[in-house]
Design a protein. Structure first.
Length: 544
């Protein structure tokens, strides 16, 4: 194949998004005689899109140099900008900063207005976002978008919208931010922008929507990303992000085997230049293993995630709680809670924090965590987060011996979670409702809620939760077959702590004579002769 035919085939393959073919043809043409700057740039982009990131930057550097030799300052600066951004994506921040600085110097020396002036505002805006200065970031991204419009550069316009939307969301202006996201995504799905920018926008929008619990948008755009990736079989850089987000959504909707499969596929892509995505994939695997009770595999996956820079909390602490290591879990989640400052990041930590604090009998700390989560949910106004927050508050009310108030919160939470098709969280909420009903001596509803939750746990393969419900059901059945009334079971529970009849009367606000009668009935029904024997029988038969 001659250089001319190889170039023609390479350009045609690029137009049809056959990235591997384009790469192969351009490499073949480049072997005979060095390509010109424009074709080198196409080769660099094709290399990036099939995962050859090191070769991509080297080729783009060659294109940059040729643009300089041709005195094409704008294109040279544009090449320098993208080299810098791709190095940033790979974690090579020093080199990336150097190339961005070179692009800025070229534009300053050029002394003419051009779109590249706007592109250089993008890393400035990102730096402000990282420092938590959202208003300053918003200004940079807005300026970048305006420059994009002036020079009719779709890539720059959409990057401006993306950053502007992220800045607004950081300021809790959720509706305004997601509206800009939607506008950016329209350009993406309409194929108005380059593939590299499209991939950046897809991943950033989906990740942000997940972080603010806008699960409907996250699900919709993840489906779109899947179609986009599937239409380009050679595409590599964004496939891992697509798989991880799909896994997260599948897990939420109770499709655990499918979620595990997607997470494994993301891990198998083996892209060392993208550790955050791979780390998130291992964390997703760990979470699924934990929920299934496979703590050994979960521990290994949490370790892999941590090695790749993904904080293993709160999942690791929840696993330790499930293993009965309550104090270890408490210390871990307290450290994670203390280190987490971002409000939306705290929203992901707080449900686990409250659960572990309640297990550690630190009800006051749990109550404070539940209150903060409710405040965040009210600010964000995302249905799923509001449902989770209501369930968390219900668990605290239950621990504070306010079962009637707890049921109101838990029923409201259950309605939202079922609407969102979050079967696992809904079943956990039903267990709490059952416990609240038990405190209100409504054993029929208690059993009904436990049975419904157990069925879901069994279908999901959530073995630890299923065993817990089995224990609760056994306790209910044992209590029913013992012949004890609900009041007698309450007396037996306190009697088993070693308290006297006088103490029991004080705890239950009844007369000591009534307690005497209850104790006599308990001994007779259990066919035992002493309080100690009644206590032993009660523990053995799950009566308390």
């Amino acid at each position: 194949m001659t250089k001319s035919s190889a170039l023609q085939r390479g350009r045609e393959a690029f137009r049809h998004r056959s990235w591997a073919d384009a790469y192969s043809c351009f490499v073949s043409a480049d072997g005979e005689e060095s390509l010109d700057a424009e074709d080198l740039e196409l080769l660099a982009k094709a290399a990036y899109l099939i995962g050859k990131e090191s070769g991509c930057t080297e080729t783009w550097m060659r294109a940059h140099q040729k643009f300089l030799n041709e005195a094409n300052t704008e294109r040279a600066a544009n090449s320098a900008f993208w080299i810098g951004m791709l190095l940033f994506f790979r974690g090579e921040h020093a080199q990336g900063s150097g190339w961005i600085a070179r692009a800025a110097r070229l534009i300053n020396e050029y002394q003419q207005e051009c779109a590249e002036m706007g592109f250089l505002l993008i890393p400035e805006g990102l730096q402000f976002l990282r420092k938590g200065e959202a208003e300053a970031a918003q200004e940079k991204f807005s300026m970048a978008g305006d420059i994009g419009k002036r020079f009719n550069n779709p890539d720059l316009i959409i990057l401006g919208y993306l950053g502007h939307g992220q800045s607004l969301i950081k300021q809790n202006k959720i509706a305004e931010g997601t509206t800009l996201f939607d506008e950016a995504m329209v350009a993406v799905v309409s194929d108005e922008i380059s593939q590299i920018v499209a991939g950046i926008v897809y991943c950033a929008v989906i990740e942000t929507c997940q972080n603010i619990y806008d699960l409907q948008r996250a699900s919709e755009w993840t489906d779109a990303l899947s179609r986009w990736c599937n239409a380009q079989p050679d595409l590599i850089p964004y496939r891992g992000q697509c798989l991880v987000r799909r896994a997260e959504i599948m897990q939420l909707h109770g499709k655990w085997p499918d979620a595990m499969n997607e997470a494994r596929r993301a891990c198998e892509l083996k892209r060392p230049s993208s550790p955050p995505v791979t780390g998130e994939a291992f964390y997703r695997q760990a979470e699924l293993y934990r929920l299934q009770g496979n703590f050994s595999e979960a521990g290994n996956a949490y370790k892999q995630a941590s090695n790749l820079g993904r904080n293993p909390q709160p999942g690791l602490a929840l696993m330790q709680l499930g293993q009965g290591k309550t104090e270890v879990a408490r210390m871990a989640i307290c450290n994670a809670e203390g280190e987490t400052q971002d409000r939306m990041a705290r929203a992901r930590i707080l449900p686990a924090y409250v659960e572990i604090m309640l297990a550690s009998e630190e009800v006051q700390a749990a109550e404070a965590g539940a209150k903060e989560l409710s405040d965040i949910a009210s600010e964000v106004n995302a249905p799923y987060l509001r449902g989770v927050a209501a369930g968390v508050m219900g668990s605290v009310l239950l621990a504070n011996e306010k079962p009637a108030e707890a049921i109101k919160k838990l029923r409201w939470s259950l309605g939202i979670l079922k609407t969102m098709d979050s079967s696992y969280e809904a079943a956990r909420t039903q267990v709490l409702i059952g416990l609240a009903c038990r405190k209100l001596e409504d054993e029929n509803t208690t059993t009904m809620e436990f049975d419904a939750a157990r069925k879901v746990f069994q279908q999901l393969g959530a073995i630890p939760d299923q065993l817990k419900v089995d224990s609760l059901l056994q306790r209910t059945q044992s209590a029913e077959t013992s012949g004890l009334t609900s009041r007698e079971r309450e007396v037996l529970r306190i009697l088993a702590t070693g308290k006297t009849n006088k103490d029991i009367a004080g705890d239950l606000f009844i007369s000591e004579r009534t307690v005497d009668r209850h104790v006599s009935n308990i001994l007779a029904k259990l066919n035992v002769s002493s309080r100690a024997a009644a206590t032993a029988f009660a523990y053995k038969n799950n009566l308390i």
